[in-house]
Design a binder for this molecule. Structure first.
Ligand code: IMP
Ligand code: MG
Length: 188
């Protein structure tokens, strides 16, 4: 993990945030990812961002897509995954569905973290079953853990150490989403 410094945790007296990826690093990678998406030549593109965790990443990426000459439509799907540490099947549930018709469209699915793979695999299978034309998947972070679902993302901003991260849209108990960087909470 790159040591980019520490920041005090707002309201967390004995916790510190170790910066894992800075706002600048994220911004640079997003420009590169946008070029990769543009190269794929996906016309009639629909972005499907998985809420809540990807909302900031998606917001930055779609603006970079504009800079790369694309004009995607944007929609959101809210998914919840229920992790069961002792069993292999953690279910994924749709809390809020896409509004857009995906049949015949090229779809870019955006998520924050690829971990077990259940969330991204669920979204990809769902959008595929609804008749999408081409599907591209893009995640901010890829954690090096064994997958429960057989999936890799087409585009990854960063390989992430196997630690719990927050910030840049990602939360711990609904906190820390507002941080402009990706951080790891450490006890002092
Ligand atoms: P998967 O379904 O196991 O691949 O998990 C992916 C989802 O779990 C992500 O969309 C995140 O919302 C959440 N998640 C996994 N690891 C972390 C973490 O370190 N911090 C915050 N959320 C996480
Ligand atoms: Mg998520």
């Amino acid at each position: 993990m790159e040591d980019c410094g520490h920041k005090a945790v707002p309201g967390g007296a004995d916790m510190q945030l170790e910066v894992v990826f800075t706002a600048e690093q994220i911004g640079e990678r997003i420009e590169e990812l946008a070029q990769e998406v543009a190269k794929a030549g996906l016309d009639n593109l629909l972005v499907a961002a998985i809420l809540k965790g990807s909302f900031i990443f998606a917001a930055d990426l779609i603006r970079a897509l504009h800079g790369a000459g694309l004009a995607p439509e944007v929609d959101f799907i809210s998914l919840a995954s229920y992790r069961k540490s002792t069993t292999s099947s953690g279910a994924v549930e749709i809390l809020r569905d896409l509004e857009s018709e995906v049949r015949g469209r090229n779809v870019l699915i955006i998520d924050d973290i690829l971990e077990s793979g259940r969330t991204l695999a669920f979204a990809k299978d769902l959008i595929s079953a609804r008749g999408a034309s081409k599907i591209m998947t893009c995640v901010l972070l890829d954690k090096p853990v064994p997958r429960a679902a057989d999936i890799e993302a087409d585009l990854v901003a960063f390989r992430c150490p196997d630690v719990f991260v927050v910030g840049y849209g990602m939360d711990l108990g609904h906190k820390f989403r507002e941080l402009p960087f990706v951080g790891h909470l450490v006890e002092q």
